[in-house]
Design a protein around this ligand. Sequence first.
Ligand code: FAD
Ligand code: DLZ
Ligand code: SF4
Length: 507
Amino acid sequence: MTTLIPVLGDQLSHALSSLAGQDKKTCVILMAELDEETAYVPHHKSKMAFILSAMRHHADDLRSAGWTVDYVKLTDPENSGSFTGELARALERHSASAICVTEAGEWRVKAMLDSWADRFDVPVEIRADDRFLCDHAEFESWAKDRKQLRMEYFYRDMRRKSKLLMDGDAPAGGQWNFDAENRKPAKRDLAMPQPLHFAPDDITQDVIHMVEAKFATNMGQTAKFGFAVTRADALKQQAYFLKHALPPFGDYQDAMLTDEPFLWHSILSPYLNTGLLDPLELCRAVEAQYQAGKVPINAAEGFIRQVIGWREYVRGIYWHAGPQYVESNALGAERPLPEFYWTGKTDMHCLSQTVDQTIAYSYAHHIQRLMITGNFALLAGINPVDVHRWYLAVYADAYEWVELPNSLGMSQFADGGMLASKPYAASGAYINRMSDYCSSCRYDVKQKTGPKACPFNALYWEFIARNEDRLRKNPRMAMPYKNWDRMAETDKVALRRQAQQFLETLG
Ligand code: FAD
Ligand code: DLZ
Ligand code: SF4
């Protein structure tokens, strides 16, 4: 009586629900490197190297913990290329009589897992993924009957539920949210922390060679690969972050600096999303730093809000919105993604900085994703599916459940406001306020028209004008439309012409 337990690439947790209560002597864990998973988008080379190496290390860890692990490599000549195909082969190999699996993290793979009960002659148990604070039923009951879904109210419930940063029934520090204190521009500081660099061991080097050979044309470099690929190393990055980057994290959460890809961010999302780190354990460690007086409330709250607020909220939205969410295009944006998203070759300094570091590290922090690459795509009217597929491909932390609501919902407003109350659209002035990018750009952020004018300026007003029918009634857009209404007709025409001329250069 053997139970087969497929463990997917984002299920690298020892406390995974499918392993709970199992008898190690009668179970075989199946892990497989698959064509289907490496090809659903053209993943960044470092993203692939990270996931495949973390899978190989996790298989070894599980073996050390007494599990039997059947691991199929991408180069195995018999490899069928899909979860279902590998499960069929493994069922035979092990004469298994049952399958137990933790639910999938996305609609595509969920459909696959749901088909197994009909397809195979053995019972299939699909267990809930309990690595999240809020399960599907709880989110549905929270969302039911609400006219608008807003993260802030959901987040307060998660604070109450987890008891994180709570003084009895009240929020620690007297406020739920210290966001207003999290918007300071940063100055270059020689003592700025840099994330730990984990030199690739033999396993990682093998994976990197394979990825470089098999996916030579994919975006991305592996030369600077330094991700942790084990839980032990991911915990080292967690400890490093708590000590060195968390204290100023709150102040500089929205800041951007030239040639500083990481600033005071945690660089923990790849580990949280593969399961190497546990979100609640991390948040409790952050809370302990606050309670010990080592970090201010705006840092602790700001960080915990991202994890039990935004991260849980976007997952809730993903499953609540259904598999057709990906088709949303509320602003009717149809322009194809410009080539420079893949190459970094653009004379807009903010964009080349963000894309170049994405190519080098498979990482960009939130404000770069939202207010540089996301904002540009929104203003230029890029097709949201193209934008979504780009984000899903290029970041080491990208899985559809977390990437899609962030890209399509938060950054492109393609869901018409299901996730966010207004579009995150901004002109060059915002980028200039929050970064030092503009001082070394060939464009002048203060100019709105003419050959040196920052493209974000005219594009911003073009966005406002183009979407007037859809956005004017949004109360949070009242100010931009008031300013637009005040503008002289000749200025409006000049701005729109400037934007059109620029858009034509995108091809
Ligand atoms: P920190 O700034 O240190 O934040 C701490 C943690 O909070 C992160 O590790 C992450 O787990 C969580 N977090 C913060 N913001 C969000 C958010 N909006 N949604 C979910 N979790 C959040 N995050 C992903 O994990 N995967 C993605 O594919 C992804 N795609 C994104 C696409 C766009 C267009 C945007 C605007 C945001 C996206 N995010 C995504 C959210 C956020 O940008 C990343 O979580 C963050 O940059 C990861 O870096 P970090 O670990 O240093 O984060
Ligand atoms: C992202 C990814 C990649 C690139 N490769 C694999 C793989 O070869 N095998 C695997 O099990 N998982 C991989 N993954 C992660 C899966 O795509 C992820 O687990 C599913 O999308 C389910 O959310
Ligand atoms: Fe970006 Fe405009 Fe600033 Fe150049 S001037 S860095 S294009 S915002």
